[in-house]
Design a protein around this ligand. Structure first.
Ligand SMILES: *Cc1c(COP(=O)(O)O)cnc(C)c1O
Length: 336
């Protein structure tokens, strides 16, 4: 058991864990050597707080509360799942929330942005160009609030830093219990990576607990080299902040960057087709920004025989439903 810093009880855990047997049977009619596929339903960590970010926010918001800050400032894309979770939890816990959003798509009041507005977050919009100076933008708002005597708590994009890392270390402990209950020893843990915090927490957690399982992250932006550096940096920051020794050379930081598609937040039609297939076969709804791309990459790699030596593999569903709703027209569904 890890010794955790203060945390708030915000995520509905343990989340469900089970095998996707109908999908596996379907895949076996199309290709050989399909491992048994399991799913960890972190899209079920809450209704409005659905997804992976709430696990990190249990630790981040505890720190914010302890520091006496009344204002939370954080950032993300205009359809950020992280920002939506912060907006909801801010309203739930009595923080003022200020979101710095990058205009990577139209700021329509749908999906995540709808919930941000509904829960009363203050929103500042920036072009992708302006967003390159994100550090200065954070500085500007921090000074703006401190001028009126208020201190603000800054959460980086995706909640990915030393504090947030505990969220997915804790999820690794939960998974360890899932594996014992199901009497399995899966060899791969697959998930979507964006700001790297989930990947860092899982990689560090699995290493410290000496688990057999290897964490395989599928990138939705940037490249494998970027994630190697980001994950290592987050882990080094964690080591420094909590003074816990880790042999970082032993860490296995594995990122697949072949399935990003046209760009962050933009998916090929094949990803939307897969979202429909998985929804029909299993009642599991993936999203086009994160989980759909990672799941698509995993299936392609299964088809190419990359997991032929694996008996059991686990897909971590990190949420994203509100992001799907913001792109629902691309599902091309009609009622006759
Ligand atoms: C943020 C997010 C991810 C990626 O998690 P990071 O810790 O930012 O890498 C994956 N899936 C969904 C649905 C997300 O919202």
């Amino acid at each position: 058991m890890f010794v955790y810093p203060d945390r708030l009880n915000l995520a509905q855990t343990p989340t469900p864990f089970y095998a996707l047997d109908r999908l596996c049977s379907h895949l076996r009619t199309k290709c050989d050597s399909v491992p048994r596929l399991w799913i960890k339903r972190d899209d079920s960590t809450g209704c409005l707080t659905s997804g992976n970010k709430v696990r990190k926010l249990e630790f981040l918001l505890a720190e914010a509360k302890n520091s006496g800050c009344k204002i939370i400032i954080t950032s993300g894309g205009v359809q950020s799942n992280h920002c939506r979770a912060v907006a909801v939890l801010g309203a739930q816990l009595g923080f003022k929330v200020h979101l710095l959003l990058r205009l990577d798509r139209n700021p329509e009041p749908i999906g995540n942005l709808l919930i941000d507005q509904l829960t009363g977050a203050e929103i500042s919009l920036y072009s992708a160009e302006e967003f390159k100076q994100l550090d200065q933008i954070f500085d500007h708002w921090e000074k703006h609030y401190s001028a009126s005597g208020a201190t603000s708590y800054i959460i980086p994009t995706g909640g990915s830093n030393a504090t947030g890392l505990w969220g997915y270390m804790s999820a690794v402990e939960e998974l360890q219990q899932d594996f014992v209950r199901e009497n399995i020893a899966p060899s791969k843990l697959i998930h979507a990576t964006g700001s790297g915090g989930t990947q860092a927490g899982l990689t560090l957690g699995a290493s410290l607990l000496d688990l057999e399982i290897r964490v395989h992250a599928y990138a939705v932006c940037d490249n494998a080299d970027y994630f190697y550096r980001k994950v290592l940096q987050d882990i080094q920051d964690w080591v420094k902040k909590y003074s816990i020794a880790v042999d970082t050379k032993k860490l296995d930081i594995i990122t697949h960057d072949k399935y990003i598609g046209p760009g962050y937040g933009i998916a090929d039609p094949a990803v939307f087709d897969l979202i429909k297939t998985v929804a029909k076969l299993e009642g599991v709804v993936l999203d086009p920004v994160y989980t759909g791309k990672a799941f698509y990459g995993m299936i392609e790699d299964i088809k190419q025989g990359k997991f032929k030596d694996d008996q059991d593999i686990v897909f971590l569903h990190t949420g994203g439903l509100f992001g799907l709703l913001a792109q629902q027209q691309l599902l091309d569904l009609q009622v006759d």
